[in-house]
Structures are given as C-alpha cells and as structure tokens.
Design a protein around this ligand. Structure first.
Ligand code: SF4
Ligand code: SF4
Length: 449
C-alpha cells in the first residue's frame, strides 16, 4: 500500500521492465539548458583538475576542465562529437566543490554524457550501462526470489558471464537481496497510520505537541531491496523524536542514470518523484533521505537538469536524514544519557555528502556518545562512485582511487566502518573486509533499541 496516490501514467512498463520510450532521447530537453554563461565563467585555474580523483590515478583522463567548459564549448560547434573520455568521469562531483567560479561542471558532464550515449547508439556497452543505471528494475525482479537470486548471482559462472558478455567486473561480490524488503516490512507494520500513532505516543511522552512533525522518506532502491535495516533504523529514530513518517511510492533518485548518460530514464524517474513528493510537501511534510547521493540528486541535480512543476519545492524541502535531525532536534541532549557498546568505526564521508556540506556531521553527532568512537579516514574518494567501479574497464582505477581510504581504514583495528552511502560501503567492505554500518543504525542502537 502506498502513502500517496500513485500517478498511474508513470508506472507503465514494457515486459522487459523498462519504460517504452526507446531509444534514449536526450537532446531536445538538454538543449533548453543554456550552459554558456557557466562556460564563460571558467578562467582556467585548474582547481577542478587537481581535485579530480580519476585524473589523479588515470593519466588517460583529461580531467573536469576539459569535460566541462572546454568540451561544452566545442560541442556547440557543428560536427564536433562529445569525446569518449566523458565515460571515464565517475560523477563524484568533487570538481563542483573545487571550482571558485561556480562553473556548473557536473551539469555539463551529465549533459555531455547523455549526448555521447545518444550519439553512440545501441551496443553491449549501452545495454550493460542501462542495466546498471536501472538497478531498481533488476532488484525488483531479483528480490521476488531473494535466496535463489543471491545463490545464482554468487556463482562463479554467473560472474564470468557478466564480465565476458556485459563487462561487469567479476572482482566484486554482487550485493545480496534481503529476504524481506523495507517496503514489505513497512506495510506489515501498518504504514503511515501506524507511524502516526507511534509518533503521537512519543510526543505525548515528551510533552511535545508535534504539530509540524511529519517527514516523507525517500529510501531509494538500495535501502529497500538490500539494506532494509538502514531504512528501518530511520523510521524508528524519527518516530522516537515524534515524527510521523510517510513512505510514498517512488523511483530511483536518478543518480546512476545521470552517471551512465541515461537522461531519459532519469527524467522519467525524477518526474515521478517530484510529482509524488510535491504533494506531500504541500501537505506539510519535509523530505528526508538515508543515502547522500539520493538527497544530492533531489536537491541539486533535479533543479539543474529539469524544470517540472514542483522541482524547486522538492529541492528546497529535501534533507539528509541526520542533517534534518541536527537542524530540528537537540541531538546532543538526546544522546547525553545514551550508551552503546559498538567500539570504534572508520568513518568515510562520501563525496556526495561533502558536496552538500555534510562531511563532518557523523563525527560531530557521535563525539560525546559513550561506547562509540568515530575516526575520520580522510577526505579521499572511495573510488566506486555508484556503478562506475562495477564496470570491468574501471575496476582497477576504482581500486587505485580507494587505496588511500583503505590504508586509513586499516589504522582502525576494530574491523568496523561507517558511511552514509551504500556503494561507498560496498567499496569499504571490498577493500578491507570491514563490516560497514550506517550512522542511522548507530542512532537507532543508542536511542531506540
Ligand atoms: S565528477 Fe569527479 S570524476 Fe568527474 S570530472 Fe569531476 S572530479 Fe573528476
Ligand atoms: S575550477 Fe572552475 S574556473 Fe577553474 S578551471 Fe575548473 S571550471 Fe574553470
């Protein structure tokens, strides 16, 4: 059962699970975005190039200055095609933060990547990238029989076929599907009505009238199908603070679609999400996300690339889940009497959290909590960048970027890591063998369990 009406026109799919607009059609809408002012703002300081983790380890990558202002200027001329190196950009967005002149680098990259994919047409690489970009489609099918899917995806022969045929690296373990999705748990628990009652009970206990305590949760695909424990932790923590939680129907935030040049897929997903969450915002809800790439997509990429009605309202009302609690609740007081026995965590701030100014939040939140220690492992990129590190041709670069983070993690001897991003968590586990938790799980352990 949904927490909002489901706009039926956004759910029509063909038998293969994809929407029936095909092939990808990018340019008409993309051309509406005039990026020339941003291009002219570039004064060639190269700060973006020196901040780029791919350029740092891969000499063949020309860097963000070329991918952004230079390439965009070139592609305005007829007969100039987008350079293939745009596919080497991992969409980490570090160059955005590094630019002192406000050049919209990642907007340029996303636009150029979409144009490149359109120019290249159909191929096995296109099919691979479209499958990766639409992980939610794969996950929805796979999670119907999770044990069987986990078994099949873990077989050596499956990995070999994925690598040889599609170019998906066999070096990584495919993430396991949960035997119960978050949404199944949510429905079983009674959905929004039950949440409202729980929140009201907490408010009565705390003497808070809670008149505006309502949040709409954007969980994304990964927390639904693979890590429902993170999503459950968010619900319990928010209800503990007296918030009624709504979990509306939703699609992928679009981040893997932008990163793979699948702009039409991203547009459809974004339109659906904006329509759905806009209704809840108008009813007094704010939007919270447990994944920092999802919050970044709703806040930054949607208004940069789309102009559906309500896009700006959704962007203005979206927060990372911990950021929101820090703004609206007295977390230090709530945690003052709490105690856990979780030990030390090697904490990695995802690039997309840095991009939103959230690099230090988890360290600061847990600074005075007894029984937990959070050690920042530095400001390097994890290297996986969503689907980027899953591609056979990027695997070595991905691991070379991650090396600095792995080394710093291993100075923390507990064998435990912490991050807000599910694919950074994959890379942390892959590079070190550490078990990685989300900060919301630690908050849940401290305040609720
Ligand atoms: S988004 Fe990241 S990988 Fe891409 S050009 Fe910018 S810094 Fe480099
Ligand atoms: S950091 Fe900004 S101004 Fe400097 S080269 Fe890159 S895009 Fe141009």
């Amino acid at each position: 059962m949904s927490d909002t009406e489901d706009p039926s026109d956004a759910t029509d799919r063909t038998d293969d699970g994809f929407d029936d607009e095909y092939p990808v059609q990018v340019f008409p809408e993309a051309e509406e975005m005039d990026l020339r002012p941003g291009t002219d703002d570039c004064y060639k300081c190269s700060s973006c190039d020196t901040s780029c983790p791919v350029a740092e380890v891969d000499d063949t990558f020309p860097g963000p200055k070329f991918q952004g202002p230079e390439q965009w200027r070139l592609t305005r001329k007829e007969d100039v095609e987008v350079d293939a190196s745009i596919k080497q950009c991992s969409n980490c967005m570090r160059c955005d933060s590094a630019c002192p002149s406000g050049v919209p680098l990642s907007q340029m990259h996303n636009t150029a990547r979409a144009k490149y994919v359109e120019e290249q047409g159909l191929s096995l690489t296109y099919l691979r990238d479209r499958i990766l970009a639409n992980y939610g489609t794969l996950a929805r099918l796979g999670s119907r029989v999770p044990r069987l899917t986990n078994f099949v995806m873990g077989l050596g022969v499956t990995k070999l076929v994925n690598e040889r045929v599609l170019g998906i690296t066999s070096e990584r373990e495919f993430p396991e599907f949960a035997t119960e999705t978050f949404r199944e748990w949510w429905d079983e628990r009674g959905g929004r009505d039950a949440s409202r009652e729980r929140a009201r009970a907490e408010r009565n206990t705390g003497g808070d009238d809670g008149s505006r305590k309502r949040v709409a949760y954007f969980h994304g695909d990964y927390a639904n199908y693979n890590t429902p424990e993170v999503a459950k932790a968010l619900v319990r923590v928010y209800e503990h603070f007296g918030y009624e939680v709504a979990v509306p129907d939703q699609r992928c935030s679009g981040t893997p679609m932008f990163a793979n040049g699948m702009m039409d897929d991203a547009r459809r997903a974004a339109r659906f999400n904006v329509e759905t969450f806009r209704e809840l915002i108008e009813a007094g809800y704010d939007v919270v996300c447990s994944c920092t790439s999802c919050s970044m997509a709703l806040r930054k990429e949607y208004p940069e690339l789309f102009d559906f009605e309500g896009t700006d309202a959704v962007a203005a009302s979206t927060y990372d889940a911990i950021e929101y609690l820090r703004i609206h609740e007295d977390l230090p007081s709530a945690l003052a009497d709490a105690e856990v026995s979780l030990g030390e965590f090697a904490y990695h701030a995802p690039c997309h959290a840095r991009n939103q100014g959230l690099a230090n939040q988890s360290r600061e939140v847990f600074a005075d909590l007894d029984g937990v220690e959070v050690t920042d492992v530095g400001d390097s990129c994890s290297g996986i960048s969503g689907t980027y590190g899953w591609k056979e041709e990027n695997y070595d670069v991905s691991m070379a970027i991650g090396e600095e983070m792995f080394e710093h993690m291993e100075t923390v001897e507990s064998g435990a890591g912490m991050t807000e991003c599910p694919t950074c968590a994959m890379q942390m586990e892959h590079g070190t063998g550490y078990e990685v938790r989300h900060p919301l799980e630690v908050l849940d352990a401290a305040l609720v369990e």
